[in-house]
Design a protein around this ligand. Sequence first.
Ligand code: CDP
Length: 220
Amino acid sequence: MIVVIDGPAGSGKSSTAKAVAEKLDIQYLDSGALYRAATWIYNKSDQNRDKFFDTLNEVNISFKYSDAFFNVFVDGDDISSEIRSQDVNNSVSTVAAMPEVRVFINKLMHHAVSQNHYIADGRDLGTAVFPEAQLKFFMIADLEVRAQRRLKEMGETDVSLDQVRENIASRDNIDSNRDSDPLKKAPDAIEIDTTSYSFEEQVAFICEQIRPHLIATTKQ
Ligand code: CDP
């Protein structure tokens, strides 16, 4: 079974999806982390497209969700912290807009979800990657609220609220306007505006929607 949550940066998708995965004892897939891993490789390739694609095809990207943490590995090295750097934040939407990168990451994701029950979060999961998903959610929130949440999540940092807001707004713009699988609400997705919902309410609402599907698939 696959359930998806799409939405812009800082809308609360990943923290909500993780909490739902914990409560329902299912797996969590962070598609953004995989685009971040590809971006990490792009930066290591000096942002040279030829070098980047050669390396992308040579390395092994793997991931594991355990203890409420989504870890990403490149050739066995854990790069989970490095993919959250400002360097990666600044280039990820450019890399994610490359059609070849989308095909590559989509293959990785399809292979993983065929093996278990998953909740996954991203931008285009309900529209392009898993249009067959049993349930689709689309989370939104005001830009200011999203920027404040993201800054808080970053903990001790030199980055200012203005920089975070600017990065989020710029990524929203690239993600929504790219040609390949842009950020878009699927017509059959349930929209949740998290500006006024509490975190617990969001998690409880989503779990309530998923439970009957989980029981139905387990019975088959
Ligand atoms: O956590 P945050 O919302 O900041 O972003 P993320 O989920 O880590 O995703 C980082 C970037 O990857 C996004 O800004 C998109 O450019 C790209 N992405 C995408 O294109 N498609 C997805 N399914 C997930 C992420």
